[in-house]
Structures are given as C-alpha cells and as structure tokens.
Write a protein that binds this ligand. Structure first.
Ligand code: 6PG
Length: 513
C-alpha cells in the first residue's frame, strides 16, 4: 500500500498538518498519508492516537520513499535551519528525479532559493510553502503561500488545496449562479505566489505584518488602560465591540480572550502576571532586514520588532527607571477640550467615548499603514526576484486560516483587482479616503501618548511614515547636502537634470558631473 504524500516531522505542526491532509484526502484512491520522524516512536504514537487517519508510519527516509507513490511528494515540517538541511539531505539520497520535496517550515526565503538550487541538481523539485495559522490552522485549515515552479504547483495543488482554509467569496459583484465554479476556487486560501523562494518570502512578510499588528493592538491596550483607567476585562469588551467593525480580525478577537482571562493562581488579570518581555523567533527581524536590503521603508514593522527587543532588554530597562516622564500631563486633546469647554479644565479621561473612538481610528489607520509597508515590500521583492506575484491574490489567501486574517484584506484584493499595476496601496482611492479619515485620530493619539509618556512606537512610526509619504519635501534634501559636504556624494537639483557637487572645501562653486 502506498501513500500520496508524506509528512516528515511529527511535532505539533507536522502532526496537525498530517491529520488535516489525511482527513481531506480520505476517500480518494490511494490517498493515504505517510508520516516519518527521526524519533520513530513519536510517529508511531501519532498513528496510534489517530487511527482514523490511517497513517502509514515509515521507519526511515528510505522506507518513506518506498511507501510513497511516484512522483513522490514529501512535506518537511521540521525546525528551520539545520534540521531542515539534514531532512532534505536524507530525502535527496532516497528520492528520484521528478519527486518533490516541500519545506512547510518558516525557512528564510534566501535559504529556500539556495536549497532549491542544490536539490534540483538531483532532478528533484524543491518547493518552499509558507504555512500560516499556528497549530489550529495546521489542523483545521491554514493559509498556504506556495513557491517553486508552476509544474510543481500543479502536482501539489490537488494534495494541499483540500486542506487549506476557506474564506467567504470576496467578489460579491459576481452573480453567484454564473460564477459558482470560479467562486469555489477563489475561496481556497492557497496560491502560487511566485517561483523558488516566493512562498517563504510572502510568509515572512505575513509575519512582519503580524508583528506590527500585534504591537499596534498592544499599544492601543496600553493607552486605554493608562488614559482611561479601564481594566483588562473592560478593554476586552472594547475590543469585542471593535471586532464588529473595520478592525474585525483574528488578532483583535484573541486579544479580547487574553485580556478577559483571570490568572488561576493570583486571581489577577492574566495579562498582569505575564512578564513584560516578548519573545521572537526571528521572522519579523528578517522582514526588516530584507526591507533594508530592498530599500523599502518598513518602519512600523521595524518598530514592532524593536519594541520586542526593548521589552526583553532588562538591564537597559532597569537603567531607564531613573529617567523622568513628562512634566505636565497636558496634551493637544486636553487643550482642545479645555477651550471647547469655555476654559473649564477637562481631561481626556472625561470623555470616554471620544477617547475610545480616537484610539480605534488610530489603531485602524496604523494597521492600514503597516499593511501598506508590507505590500510594498512584497512588490519590491517580487520585482527583485522576478516572481510575478499577484498582490491581490496574496491578500485573498490571507483572509482565512492565517494569523493576520482580517476583514479589511478584502479591500486590498479589490484595490489590486481594480488596478493590477497599482504602484502602492496609497495610490488606491479607497485607501486614500480611509487614511485621510483616520489621520487626525492617529495624530491626536500619538500627541496624547507623547504628552503623557506612554510608549507607542508602532503608532508613532505609522504617523511619521504617513507624514513622510505625504510631504512633497521633508528632510532629505539637507541630508543629501551633508553627504555631499563630507563625502562628495553629489546631489540632484530641483531645477535642472544631472548630477552635481559643490566644492565645499574650495570656493563653493558647483560642478556638474
Ligand atoms: C503563523 C505564525 C507562526 C508563528 C510565528 C511566531 O503564521 O502561523 O506567524 O509562523 O507563530 O513564528 O513568531 P514569533 O515567535 O517570532 O512571534
């Protein structure tokens, strides 16, 4: 008896994906799932715990190869890095030309490109697939971002697609009866997003956006707590309310769950007993480093990564406790309210609904700006690597299954459907309207937080990004002048084309180069 697909690595993600595949392939002739783990007992235990999956348990890579029908397909669900290299090496020894090795881990896309080059020398296809959705997603339906060749995708799609998440149809303008087939296909959260490392590249940006989204939400929480004095369960209620509007997303939903949870040991809100130090496995940092390499500004994502680094820098933070906060607790919001109220003193805390609405709009605006940055990076990466990535399709497959799934991703798909050559989401009329509507709230929120000493790095950077792209002239001309002064780095002029240099250490005349 042979299997249609093998899963290598039976940790939580691998086990759950294997079960998902088995469930969704069940009923197809020969469509069994083989599982292999270096710890053979672990794979056997999985099969024993889930007899319904009818797994074929392999005892070695060679045994796995013998259990797979050809051309073989094996999905690696092992840790990124050395474990992935070693598993690939094992498979290359026992696979044959035409077989496909899929890496479903969070590998760095440049590693995927390099591995593809090596593996293809043996005639074996190598496909990096970004799989998002955590443990539950792997079991119930993740979002899958597939790289590799078109022909490998054609072979993989019938195996993977039944296990992918499904989203509501996005195109409500199409007559359901006329488009049922198309709609059914469009609902599945799997897509070929480009060749070689594109799947892992898009997954990396997903994670970068995830970092920004989480940080923005955490900052909104910090503001509501410190400025309105709300308790975590009260803020959970606020997030539940927000989850019924533009902000509807998985991350807002789970935030409410975390904030509503009470610690069983102390009886305190759970969030208050968690040490204030956030971990990171590195994918957010990769997004920022890659953004730097591509020359794409991803400041809000970078601030989210830095905020985690700062949170974990305990020595730095203990020195920081000696530093002063604001000397007056007055912000523009306070001022505005004081004057509107005939000079009667008022504080932001007095007008709860106004503060809530301001922070809600600021959060949404910051989130949109983080996505603008992430999609810019995908476009730049696709151009750099010749991937022909469909950005609307990326937004479409992020609407379900993955961690950043959110209602407003429909809008991104619509923007790219309306104009597939859109240079930036900032050029889309809907996003322009949305940002214009929210910018004042973002401004007020950042000003208020600054006045009161509440750290909000992601919101503040989103605002600076917004003002940076909005300004026809900002601060770069002076930087370019400084560069020319100390390093003869030259400059362009506003009134003439060409490259120029001023003889700073001579008579300060200008030369055209
Ligand atoms: C997903 C998640 C997943 C994982 C991240 C967490 O899309 O399913 O992004 O990949 O949770 O690796 O990353 P950090 O540990 O860096 O927060």
């Amino acid at each position: 008896m042979t299997a249609e697909v093998g899963v290598i690595g039976t940790g939580v993600m691998g086990s759950n994906l294997a079960r998902n595949l088995a469930r969704n392939l069940a009923g197809r002739t020969g469509a069994r799932v083989a599982v292999y783990d270096r710890d053979v007992d672990r794979a056997s235990a999985l099969a024993a715990e889930h007899p319904e999956a009818e797994f074929l348990v392999a005892s070695s890579p060679a045994d796995l190869a013998s259990k797979l029908s050809g051309p073989r397909v094996a999905i690696l669900m092992v840790n990124a890095g050395a474990a992935t290299d070693s598993a690939i090496n094992d498979l290359v020894q026992v696979f044959e030309p035409g077989d496909i090795i899929v890496d479903g881990g969070n590998s760095l896309f440049t590693d995927t490109i390099a591995r593809g080059g090596t593996v293809s020398q043996a005639g074996i296809e190598f496909v990096g697939v970004g799989i998002s959705g955590g443990e539950v997603g792997a079991l119930e339906g993740p979002s899958m971002m597939v790289g590799g060749t078109e022909s490998a995708y054609s072979r993989l799609r019938p195996i993977l697609e039944p296990s992918a998440a499904r989203a509501e149809p996005s195109d409500v303008s199409v007559e359901p009866s006329a488009a049922r087939g198309v709609q059914a296909e469009r609902e599945s959260c799997i897509a070929h997003v480009g060749t070689d490392g594109a799947g892992h590249f898009v997954k990396m940006i997903h994670n970068g956006i995830e970092y920004a989204d989480m940080q923005l939400i955490a900052e909104a929480f910090a503001l509501l707590r410190s400025r309105l004095g709300l308790t975590p369960p009260e803020i959970a209620e606020v997030f539940r309310e927000w989850n019924r509007g533009d902000l509807e997303s998985y991350l807002i939903e789970i935030t409410a769950e975390v904030l509503d949870h009470t610690d069983a040991v102390t009886g305190q809100p759970f969030v208050d007993v968690i040490a204030d130090s956030a971990g990171a496995k590195g994918t957010g940092g990769w997004t920022v480093k890659t953004g730097l390499d591509l020359g794409v500004p991803v400041a809000t994502i970078a601030e989210a990564v830095s905020a985690r680094s700062l949170s974990a820098a305990s020595v730095l933070r203990s020195s920081g406790t000696a530093l002063d906060g604001p000397s007056t607790a007055a912000s523009a919001i306070d001022e505005a309210r004081t004057s509107a109220d005939d000079g009667a003193p008022a504080s932001a805390i007095d007008d709860r609904d106004m503060v809530l609405e301001t922070v809600r709009q600021a959060l949404f605006t910051g989130k949109v700006l983080a996505y603008v940055q992430g999609f810019h990076e995908i476009a730049a990466g696709a151009q750099e690597h010749g991937w022909n990535t469909d950005l609307g399709e990326v937004a479409r497959i992020w609407r379900a299954g993955c961690i950043i799934r959110a209602r407003f991703l429909d809008r991104i798909t619509e923007a790219y459907e309306a104009d597939p050559d859109l240079s930036s989401l900032l050029a889309d009329p809907h996003f322009q309207d949305s940002l214009n509507a929210g910018q004042q709230a973002l401004r007020d929120t950042v000003a208020d937080a600054a006045a009161h000493g509440v750290p909000i790095p992601a919101l503040a950077s989103a605002l600076s990004y917004f003002d940076g792209v909005r300004a026809s002239r900002a601060s770069a001309a002076l930087v370019q002048g400084q560069r020319d002064f100390f390093g003869s780095h030259t400059y362009a002029r506003t009134d003439r084309s060409g490259t120029f240099h001023t003889m700073w250490s001579g008579d300060r005349s200008e030369v055209q180069l």
